[in-house]
Unconditional design. Structure first.
Length: 118
């Protein structure tokens, strides 16, 4: 089970930190991803991290602004979002994969809405 939180309304240039708490299974075995879907757009992978935390991936649109991390002791993955832009507005989902950290994903959280005002 995955529970995402931390979304909200923020002005452009602001910051938010998303969290995804997980339960069930051995958390360190899972690659974790944050994906987002904006209205009228396809869902896209924003960032991903391997179980060992060594491997990470970022979409070009968020490189240098977003940081994914995980705390295997707390079974939680985070997405630190800095310098937010209006185009970052979307529902953000966390997801877990037993096979590949960049997906496809086996389990999904419920989504948390991020709204960035200009």
């Amino acid at each position: 089970q995955l529970q995402a939180s931390g979304g909200g309304l923020v002005q452009a240039g602001g910051t938010l930190r998303l969290s995804c708490a997980t339960s069930g299974g051995t958390f360190s075995n899972y690659g974790m991803g944050w994906l987002r879907q904006a209205p009228g757009k396809e869902r896209e992978l924003v960032a991903a991290i391997g179980g060992s935390t060594i491997a990470t991936y970022y979409a070009d649109s968020v490189k240098g602004r977003f940081t994914i991390s995980r705390d295997n002791a707390k079974n939680t993955v985070y997405l630190q979002m800095n310098s937010l832009k209006p185009e970052d507005t979307a529902v953000y989902y966390c997801a877990a994969s037993l096979s590949r950290y960049k997906g496809p994903y086996d389990y999904w959280g419920q989504g948390t809405l991020v709204t960035v005002s200009s």
